[in-house]
Design a protein around this ligand. Structure first.
Ligand code: MRU
Length: 345
């Protein structure tokens, strides 16, 4: 399954809002449709958003309708800006767009097809690098699991969220192949239910035993001492190792600490943001209140209530046992480890 791909001059993506009941692929050559799809979470997950946006830049110009050479870079840059305005937290989006902007600047003097081809090569490289990163994260992360036991995960950090097997789910899938996973507890992940709809779907398809729990059940499960690790993805990792991820990740890290369970974050280096010093500087997206007041289109909240709907929270570095990246496993103190990895990257 490729959640986002470049096919025949169009972006092809699996509409994740229709899962698990319908597997519908959408093809578009319209950058506005793509931006809308990212905003609505039809395409979601930090690395997948980055890959989608990279391909989306190519949609600024139709190769069959040549436009004036001076106009081209400006049009590509405009689309970079509109794609960059879709979701503020996942830094993979901005890292991918920065790479595309660099290509636009470097190749702006070249002809239209040369610039287009350079952009296509860069977008394909971003996609391919993520495939490789996921594989490596899976291998490295599985080594942290030492016995056959259960793990717990939150949201969806799987194939649906990346170009490859996933991040947290790549670790879980690799460990399952090694016989180290007897069960995965999956938080349903209110309010948009990425755990119930997406992670459960992915793991059931892989033949890995899954138990779906409400988010508030995690404490009881961790207390039962059958869980060897909580494994989650990340949307942005600040320079000191604080991690922004789906809302509900932070309380899970607190629970893991309380119960002596290791708390592992799995993410490619494209999720590291060395320019953001700490977690409280990470921009946190707030979602439409209707995502909380309504469930599957039906209002469940009393009329007149106010809503607070952040899409992400920040887990401070001291609650994190390890960050598994494609360039190695980072252990505390995470700020030092991140500095070393950025220097060597
Ligand atoms: O709002 P979403 O569904 O895009 O949030 C996704 C997450 O929080 C994931 O855990 C994160 O992007 C890592 S995906 C490999």
């Amino acid at each position: 399954m490729r959640t986002v791909d470049w096919v025949g001059g169009k972006v092809r993506f699996l509409d994740q809002t229709r899962l698990p009941f319908e597997e519908v692929y959408v093809e578009t050559d319209d950058p506005d449709v793509l931006a809308d799809a990212i905003g609505k979470l039809q395409i979601r997950g930090a690395p997948a958003i980055g890959v989608a946006a990279a391909f989306g830049v190519l949609l600024a110009v139709s190769p069959s309708q040549p436009s004036s050479a001076q106009d081209l870079p400006r049009r590509y840059l405009e689309v970079c800006d509109s794609l960059g305005a879709t979701r503020p937290t996942a830094v993979n989006l901005f890292n991918a767009l920065d790479r595309m902007r660099s290509v636009i600047r470097a190749a702006s003097a070249a002809g239209g097809s040369e610039l287009y081809n350079a952009l296509l090569q860069e977008a394909l490289a971003i996609q391919q690098e993520d495939v490789i990163a996921c594989k490596r994260i899976g291998e490295l992360g599985a080594d942290l699991l030492t016995r056959r036991a259960a793990v717990l995960t939150h949201c969806n950090a799987g194939a649906l969220a990346t170009a490859g097997e996933g991040t947290a789910l790549a670790v879980i899938k690799a460990a399952a192949r090694q016989g180290k996973i007897d069960r995965v507890f999956v938080d349903e992940t209110r309010p948009l239910l990425q755990g119930a709809r997406l992670t459960s779907w992915e793991l059931v398809r892989e033949g890995i035993p899954v138990t779906l729990i409400t988010d508030s059940t995690a404490g009881s499960v961790l207390r039962s001492q059958t869980v060897q690790a909580v494994i989650v993805g990340a949307d942005r990792i600040a320079a000191i190792g604080d991690v922004a991820n789906k809302i509900g990740t932070y309380p899970l890290a607190v629970l893991a600490r309380e119960h002596g369970v290791q708390f592992i974050v799995a993410a490619p280096v494209s999720t590291i943001d060395v320019h953001t010093a700490s977690g409280n500087l990470i921009p946190i997206e707030e979602r439409n209140p209707a995502e909380v007041t309504h469930l599957a289109g039906i209002r469940i909240a009393a009329p007149g209530v106010d809503v607070f709907a952040p899409a992400f929270d920040v887990t401070p570095n001291y609650l994190i046992s390890a960050i598994v990246t494609d360039k190695g496993v980072l252990m505390p103190p995470l700020g030092d480890a991140l500095r070393r990895i950025s220097v060597s990257a």
